[in-house]
Design a protein around this ligand. Structure first.
Ligand code: ADP
Ligand code: ADP
Length: 229
């Protein structure tokens, strides 16, 4: 069964007396454990999609189901718990705490989680144990992104939401990060969603969901996603 079901989702913004449909009647589904890319140019509705999936925004119309949860019927309190317990977030600029070490940045997230993977194990999974005592200022971009992935992973989330996770990296480092996210989706059977405007990432995904002007443009399934290693 599909893990995510986005059904006829519309998100309308009102500014002055005009309306913008950031998403206009969009439907798609995503299977559990799949690595999915949401692709589209600036303004196509990617962030809106990610914010809705992460429980940070609410639909104007339509329903979103994640696992057995219909999150569009959640109240604010339920959404907070959902964000905290069910989602791992990975950001373009890492969002690490500068005066904590790599280990501490991950550990703090692990402690706040209901079903954690230990900070050691998460750092091992991203190949960074040897850098665990370094502070963010002492790490490269690729290493920082690995820490932020470890931080998301240690919550053992069913869903990892990644916003332009390779956007701040050179293309070779970016490829390694994508390969890491892909292999994690298989090893931990967590569903990984990457939002990007960079079409070069598409061949690495199981499924590519293309957005255009707030509408679903195309869904492409790759039977054999290209390893980006
Ligand atoms: P198969 O079922 O033989 O794998 P499909 O044509 O259904 O063939 O899918 C091809 C590939 O596309 C799948 O292996 C999977 O990687 C991806 N895929 C299919 N459906 C989904 C989905 N709902 N969500 C994410 N990826 C999917
Ligand atoms: P993307 O992430 O693909 O760049 P967004 O989801 O951020 O696209 O935006 C989709 C559309 O919705 C754009 O036209 C954008 O200007 C509009 N939009 C997004 N957020 C707001 C907001 N808070 N208020 C008004 N319009 C918004």
């Amino acid at each position: 069964m599909e893990f995510i079901k986005f059904s006829d989702v519309t998100r309308t913004y009102v500014s002055g007396d005009s309306e913008i449909k950031a998403l206009d009647n969009v439907s798609f589904d995503i299977q559990e454990g799949k690595f999915t890319v949401i692709l589209g140019p600036s303004g196509s509705g990617k962030s809106t999609t990610l914010n809705l999936l992460g429980g940070m925004d609410k639909v104007s119309d339509g329903t979103i189901r994640v696992g057995d949860k219909v999150i569009t019927s959640f109240n604010d309190e339920e959404l907070t718990l959902y964000r905290r317990n069910d989602i791992g977030f990975v950001f373009q600029f890492y969002n690490l705490i500068p005066n904590l070490t790599a280990y501490e940045n991950v550990d703090i997230s692990s402690r706040l989680s209901k079903s954690p993977i230990s900070a050691e194990k998460a750092l091992e999974a991203v190949g960074l144990m040897q850098r665990k005592n370094n502070f963010p200022s002492q790490l490269s971009g690729g290493e920082l992104q690995r820490v932020s992935i470890a931080r998301a992973l240690c919550k053992n989330p069913k869903l990892m939401l990644c916003d332009e996770p390779t956007g701040a990296l050179d293309s070779e480092t970016g490829r390694k990060i994508l390969t890491l996210l892909y292999s994690m989706s298989k090893e931990y059977n967590n569903t990984v969603i990457v939002v990007t405007h960079n079409a070069a990432i598409a061949p690495a995904a199981d499924r590519v969901i293309k957005l255009k002007d707030g509408k679903l443009d195309e869904i492409i399934d790759n039977k054999n996603p290209i390893s980006m290693g």
